[in-house]
Design a protein around this ligand. Sequence first.
Ligand SMILES: [Zn+2]
Length: 180
Amino acid sequence: MTSRMTPLLGYNEQFARAFTPVPLGLPAAQVIVVTCLDHRVDPAITLGLKLGDAPVLRNAGGRVTQPIIEEIAYLAFLGQRISGGQLPDGSRFEVVVIHHTQCGTSFLADPGFRREAAEATGVDEAVLAASAVADPQVTARADVERLLTSPLLPPKMGVSGHVYDIETGRVTTIVDTRYP
Ligand SMILES: [Zn+2]
């Protein structure tokens, strides 16, 4: 039986042969990446993240929604437990919000398109509106603010905002690291 998965499993066979397991521990890069699920913006490739480096939270647009904030709160709790609450003083973690140009969610900024999408998919129009990234500079900034003002953001957690340019492959920082 072949499926779309067959060539990917072929790749995985090679991968597993040279594999070294990563033990459960704190992510080495000390960042949590929030970005779009777009297949052109995989941060493992654009930022060189390797296994064990960083948790990556992805949704349409890379928007800081309530579920994303809850994941971050849980990850911080888990990190505390894994480290036995012994995180050294200097080891601050940072949430890195990366939005990108040419985002497929930009169409959702148009009310007519949004209404059609809601009717065709059954997804709530407000949920679709919350995904929209029409201008990544504006939404990256807004989402950094949303995280910083959330009561669920773990203490000492930094937040920064960036834009990935689909045309150049370059990431530009829009908001330098801030703390609540
Ligand atoms: Zn996108």
